[in-house]
Structure formats: structure tokens, C-alpha cells
Design a protein around this ligand. Structure first.
Ligand code: SF4
Length: 572
């Protein structure tokens, strides 16, 4: 224990173990007064975490650095110190880089000697004035551009230390926050980008995503998990949300007559998705009333907080507790916390889900509301300049319902566009250099930040993605169906390469006997999501980036030659 804790922490732990009243910890922990000769219990919002750390140490585990940093100073209580130190313009120490991530700022040196800010945008929906306001903030404090992420979110880069807190303050003025967007916290809450406007949907995910977003923000004990955590809501509509790649996925389903619960729309609970670890969320058999999602997700999280691994960062996601325990044991502990049994439904009593249109996030589509449309726009690898953002916000304001809906495909759509304004929207989008009529390859192009902005990346994912798209567009002109091409820079798999039709993961390729390397990729094929979820299979290792366009072309030509028709997917 001794080497894991500073003097104050050690004093607390020893006191706890021996029943001696302990010193008050920093980080918001308020210790209860020990009864005479009794044992004091940690109380307050951090108590659940302190107890979990303590359990780890007592069992002989050595806490990882991040757990020690959380313990030494709670990132929320240390916020003013972080602000004062950042105002000097200095780069943060590693432990403060970790703490800043609780506030949404990531120091990304050496790729860029500055912060990146990742926001929180529940269900990915912004008002036009928020979108243009973020552009103004990116001009005032960042690099003058933003990226759409694979959690239907925005990132702004090149924020110098002294501009970090002013940027965050500006977000608050826009009714936004970045709180908990990084580190071991619950990430941006995703939901269907066409929620409320899709005729097929069973349930509008917007109020659920927003409610869960606020539930998290209002409860400090839900910050500082063993590792990051993702939650998604699928409304049963035409567009997938990739909830199977989340730790918790809620899927709207229709239960038929004769089931153990009343017929109607319920949320099915799927757990344990983490595509970078080659696992997709699986059905637990549990169904919930939509209004119960927050309470049940909260209980699932608390079981994870109490039992997740706090020693090994590679084994600390919830999946590993599920793997060790099995679903039934995990759910039994959740039920104990809830004080009631969860409802379960046999899959035979669930109506088949409505079909997916995997590319309904691009182009013009009629809404549930007669005479209105959503118009999906392709952003090449998710990047927009601030001038482009302001122009797009104007289109939303003048031609649509004023909203911009970001998607997990690093694109966005306008909603509420009357039939009579569709052509104008398309023309104005085209004038900005974007398109609503993507080529097959560009529509499904997803790339993580890559080595232009992320120190973990082995390759320039965004740059190579565009090179491949240009190459394929020029050569494989007969490609008549969309194909998903995902490029991710490292094993963290932010671009979810394992679920792409074709997935590339960054690798250094050795090109000489002296060990010289060039950028390249391992290549997997056949991944899927939605109605055909699947982890792809690796077929080539260490392909030089220069050779990747040719390899992708070969795969596409093999698909075109071997399929029976356009209705046969790449995955099939
Ligand atoms: Fe960085 Fe790796 Fe995520 Fe790409 S996948 S953004 S390289 S952490």
C-alpha cells in the first residue's frame, strides 16, 4: 500500500482499516464521525469511488496512476488551481492533463502543442445559433475549425492554455458544456439523428438522451469511473445509432401480446459494447419502460464503479466485469441495487425491427411531417472551417427548422426543410464545397483524428482517408452502392474500424533492415452494425499507407465481381 499513496491518503486508509477516525481527504470526501472505538465510513459523492479503490488495495492491487490522481485531488475541486496555472501559458503536468479532461480539455502534444476541447451535445442536436457560436469561439480561442466526431459531437482544436477556460466559459454562454467529455467519465450521449422526424421510429430519443445527459451532470458520484463509458438510445427508426458499440445501449422495440410484460413500446437493454476490444453489446433480455432508463443505467454504473478494475487500464471497461461475472450475475447485483426485479421478455415476443437505411444520413429524405425534409450533408472526414460553420448555420436558420443534427458518421443533417427550399439548400451546400449527393465511398468515410492531432496515432488517418476517397472515386466509377470505410489511428478505435465494411487501423510498417518505418495500416473487412452487427476480420497486416488505395480498390473490385447484384451488401 505504501508506495501507492501519499502520506495523507495512507493515513486515511490505515485509519479506516483499524477503526481510528481518519483525516479528511481532499477531493470532496467528507468522512463521517467515527463512533467511539468504531470505524468511520467515507461519505459524500466520492465515497463510492474511495471504497472501490480501498477494496482494490486491500486485495493487494496496485492502483493505476489515474486512480491515484483522482484520489490526490478531485478534478472539480481542483478546477480553480488548474485555471490559474493554465493562465500562465504552461503545458499541464500529466496528472493535470488528466484532470482537465473532466472539463472537456485534452492536451494533445506532441501532435499539437495545445488543447482540444470535446463538447457534450445530447443526441447530437444543436440550434443554429449554438453552431455559429461555437465557430466564433473556435476563432477567438482555437484554430478556426471544428471536427464532427463519431459520437455525434464537436471537437475544437489548437486552444492554447490561457484560452482553455475562456473557451469553456463561452460554451456555458451558449447553453452548452464540455463537463465530463473526457477521462474516466460518461461520454456524449447519442441518439437517433432523425429523432422526432422519422416516420418509422417507435420512440423519440431526444428527451431520453437529454434527460440522461442532465442526470449525469447533476450527480458528481457518476464521474471518475474505472474507465470511460458510453450510452446510446436507438428509437427504432431508419438510421442506426451504433448502440451496439456502447457500454449500455437502449433499443426501442415493440412487445407483442402474450409476453410477460404489457404489449407496447419498451426499451431493450444491451450491454458491453466496445468495438475496439472486438466486442459488441449483447441483448440481456431485459426490457424497460422508457422513463426507467435513467434509474437502471444509474444502477448499472454503480455496479461498475464498485467492481471495475482500477489497476489495469486495458481491463478496466465494464465489458471485463461482464466477462468475469456473466450477464446474469451482473444483472442480479443491479436488481439488488434497484430493490426490484427487472422485466424480461422472450425475443419471440418482440416484433421484428423496421429496416435500416444505412445511408439515410446523406441526401434528401421526407420527414414524418408532410412537406418537410431532412437533408444530410457529407463533411469530408468531419472537418469544417469556422466560415463554413457560420454559413451552414445560416442555411439551417433560413431554410430549415433552425437545427443542425450531427451524426456518428461524422456528417450532419438539416431538418425541417420545406419541399420548396430543398433545391436551395442543396445549391448553397454545394457552393460551400460540400455535397448532399455523396459518392458511395465518401458517404461512408469515417476517420479518427490521426497523427495530425493525436499522439497515439500511428498514421495520418484523415489525410489518408481523403487520398483513398479521391483514388477510388477516380477509378472505381462502377461502384453503385455505399461502402463504409473506417480509418482509425490506434487500438483505441475511435473510428470503429472493426464495424466498417473495410476498416484500417494505423500501424508502423518496417521498411528496412535498420528498422526504419513508414505509416501504414492493418486492414480488416466484413464488419457490420445495425441489422448485421459483426466484428471484421483482419486480412492484411502492415500495409504501407501508399499501398492502401490499391488494396481498397482490389477489395471493391472483388466485391463488384463476386456479388449477385447491388442488393448484396459488401459484408455478405
Ligand atoms: Fe487518437 Fe487512437 Fe482515437 Fe485515433 S483511435 S483519435 S489515434 S486515440
Amino acid at each position: 500500500m505504501a508506495e501507492d499513496f501519499n502520506t495523507e491518503q495512507k493515513r486515511y486508509l490505515e485509519g479506516f482499516a483499524s477503526g481510528i477516525a481518519a483525516a479528511r481527504m481532499t477531493g470532496g470526501l467528507s468522512l463521517g464521525q467515527a463512533p467511539a472505538g468504531g470505524v468511520s465510513e467515507p461519505t459524500g459523492p466520492d465515497a463510492i469511488h474511495i471504497k472501490a479503490q480501498e477494496k482494490t488495495v486491500k486485495a493487494g492491487g496496485k492502483l493505476c496512476d489515474q486512480e491515484k490522481w483522482k484520489r490526490a485531488e478531485n478534478p472539480f475541486e481542483g478546477h480553480n488551481r488548474l485555471i490559474e496555472e493554465a493562465a500562465t501559458g504552461k503545458a499541464p503536468k500529466p496528472e493535470d492533463n488528466f484532470r482537465w479532461r473532466y472539463h472537456g480539455l485534452f492536451w494533445v502534444a506532441p501532435a499539437q502543442n495545445s488543447y482540444m476541447c470535446r463538447l457534450r451535445i445530447p443526441n447530437g442536436i444543436l440550434h443554429h445559433w449554438q453552431f455559429s457560436g461555437i465557430a466564433d469561439l473556435a476563432d477567438a480561442h482555437g484554430g478556426g475549425y471544428a471536427h464532427v466526431t463519431t459520437r455525434a459531437n464537436l471537437q475544437v482544436r489548437e486552444i492554447t492554455p490561457e484560452h482553455g477556460q475562456p473557451f469553456l466559459d463561452g460554451l456555458i454562454d451558449l447553453g452548452l458544456t464540455a463537463r465530463g467529455a473526457g477521462a474516466d467519465n460518461i461520454r456524449n450521449v447519442t441518439g437517433s439523428p432523425v429523432a422526432g422526424i422519422d416516420a418509422q421510429e417507435l420512440l423519440d430519443t431526444r428527451p431520453l438522451a437529454r434527460s440522461w445527459h442532465n442526470w449525469i451532470l447533476n450527480d458528481r458520484s457518476l464521474f471518475g469511473l474505472p474507465r470511460k463509458f458510453n450510452v446510446a438510445f436507438d428509437g427504432g427508426g431508419v438510421l442506426p445509432v451504433l448502440e451496439e458499440t456502447n457500454d449500455i445501449g437502449f433499443q426501442a422495440i415493440t412487445v407483442r401480446e402474450g409476453a410477460a410484460v404489457a404489449p407496447g413500446v419498451w426499451m431493450r437493454l444491451v450491454l458491453g459494447g466496445i468495438s475496439g476490444h472486438r466486442d459488441l453489446a449483447r441483448d440481456t433480455g431485459v426490457v424497460l419502460r422508457p422513463e426507467d432508463c435513467n434509474r437502471v443505467a444509474d444502477a448499472i454504473l454503480r455496479v461498475f464503479i464498485e467492481n471495475g478494475d482500477r489497476t489495469n487500464r486495458n481491463k478496466s471497461r465494464m465489458k471485463y466485469v461482464l466477462d468475469a461475472w456473466g450477464f446474469e450475475k451482473y444483472l442480479a447485483v443491479v436488481e439488488e441495487k434497484l430493490g426490484r426485479k427487472l422485466d424480461r421478455v422472450d425475443p419471440a415476443h418482440v416484433k421484428p425491427r423496421g429496416g435500416f437505411d444505412r445511408y439515410a444520413h446523406i441526401g434528401v429524405h421526407g420527414q414524418a411531417q408532410a412537406g418537410l425534409n431532412w437533408v444530410g450533408v457529407v463533411l469530408p472526414v468531419g472537418k469544417m472551417t469556422t466560415d463554413e460553420m457560420r454559413a451552414l448555420a445560416e442555411i439551417a436558420r433560413e431554410c430549415g427548422d433552425g437545427q443542425i443534427r450531427l451524426t456518428v458518421w461524422q456528417n450532419f443533417l438539416f431538418s425541417g426543410v420545406p419541399d420548396a427550399r430543398v433545391a436551395e439548400v442543396e445549391a448553397r451546400v454545394a457552393a460551400l464545397g460540400f455535397t448532399t449527393r455523396a459518392s458511395s465511398i465518401r458517404a461512408g468515410l469515417v476517420a479518427c483524428t490521426g497523427n495530425r492531432g493525436c499522439k497515439f496515432a500511428a498514421s495520418d488517418t484523415k489525410g489518408h482517408a481523403l487520398v483513398i476517397a479521391d483514388y477510388i472515386e477516380a477509378r472505381v466509377t462502377e461502384l453503385d452502392v455505399p461502402v463504409n470505410l473506417h480509418l482509425t489511428g490506434c487500438h483505441h478505435s475511435c473510428a470503429q474500424h472493426y464495424i466498417g465494411d473495410i476498416g484500417l487501423i494505423g500501424a508502423k510498417v518496417v521498411v528496412s533492415d535498420e528498422g526504419d518505418t513508414v505509416e501504414g495500416y492493418d486492414i480488416v473487412v466484413g464488419g457490420g452494425f445495425g441489422d448485421s452487427p459483426k466484428i471484421g476480420t483482419e486480412i492484411w497486416k502492415a500495409v504501407k499507407a501508399d499501398d492502401c488505395p490499391g488494396r481498397v480498390e482490389a477489395l471493391l473490385r472483388a466485391y463488384l465481381a463476386g456479388r449477385e447484384g447491388p442488393s448484396e451488401s459488401f459484408q455478405a
